[in-house]
Design a protein around this ligand. Structure first.
Ligand SMILES: [Zn+2]
Ligand SMILES: [Zn+2]
Length: 271
């Protein structure tokens, strides 16, 4: 594994490839240089659900052109990489496995955003009071999708494990979710077995949002022998770039582990 120094932000969205982003590759790279980042990866959303307005927004050549232009300007100070955040649902597994080899990138984050037919963000903002039984069923579906994503064999790393908790979904009675520990353990064990990493997603951490994966999941992943942990702010606007990376790095160093990033689909350790 190659070693480099300096933090990189490995979960960044730009308007070149993500319909919900607000800033250009150029603006984000200029900010990355100001922040003193060693590199960043444009992990643009890749959607497979034809029924959502985001479908078809990602055009590989457009992102390449934006990244090439940014490399010409900032490449001497910043390692600018291309990635994808694949929006996984089990019903699209075959199409995803067929499509991804045609889109050469440095890094593929696998993400489960949709559970029980709806984006987790919408489940969370609906403010529904989840009974512990309903939340247990929800989590069973969530983790089952994550394991299907792992078996699909396209992802270098799982994005924001326990996105529902990061988004604030809790049982109304505050009790632990039945079966959660076993579902999480089975998912992390499969990730380690298949050599897939996990991301420490630091989105809005400075404002008090929890990390994903949460520290307990990170501990478990490391205890199982997993060593590929990436750091990403999941920025959709330049003001979020780099948010919380330092916090995640300190947490990781407490376990004696250095973060990695992916270059050409290979993990590089950051010392
Ligand atoms: Zn995501
Ligand atoms: Zn994202």
């Amino acid at each position: 594994m190659t070693r480099v120094t300096g933090l990189t932000d490995d979960h960044v969205h730009s308007i070149a490839g993500s319909s919900d982003a607000r800033d250009t590759v150029e603006v984000l790279c200029a900010r990355a240089v100001e922040l003193g980042l060693a590199g960043l990866c444009f992990t643009e959303h890749l959607d497979f659900n034809r029924d959502i307005p985001e479908y078809g927004y990602y055009v590989y050549d457009r992102v390449c052109a934006a990244v090439d232009a940014a490399r010409a300007r900032y490449g001497d100070r910043l390692e600018i990489r291309m990635g994808l955040e694949v929006d996984f649902e089990p019903k699209f597994a075959d199409e995803i496995a067929e499509t991804l080899p045609r889109l050469p990138v440095d890094f593929i984050l696998g993400a489960v955003h949709v559970v029980q037919g709806q984006h987790i963000m919408l489940h969370a903002v609906a403010g529904r009071a989840w009974s512990s039984t309903a939340l247990a069923a929800f989590y069973r579906d969530y983790f089952t999708s994550l394991r299907a994503l792992l078996r699909c064999g396209v992802a270098d790393c799982l994005a924001h494990v326990d996105y529902p908790a990061k988004r604030g979904m809790r049982a109304a009675d505050g009790r632990p979710v039945d079966g959660y520990d076993a579902e999480l353990a089975a998912t992390l064990a499969l990730a380690v077995e298949l050599g897939v990493g996990i991301e420490l997603n630091t989105k809005n951490v400075r404002a008090g949002a929890p990390l994903a994966a949460p520290p307990a999941a990170l501990r478990q992943y490391l205890a199982l022998g997993g060593r590929h942990v990436t750091l990403g702010s999941d920025t959709h606007g330049v003001e979020q770039l780099g948010d919380g990376l330092e916090i995640a790095r300190v947490l990781l160093s407490e376990y004696g582990v250095a973060p990695v990033f992916f270059r050409g689909r290979k993990a590089v350790s950051i010392e």
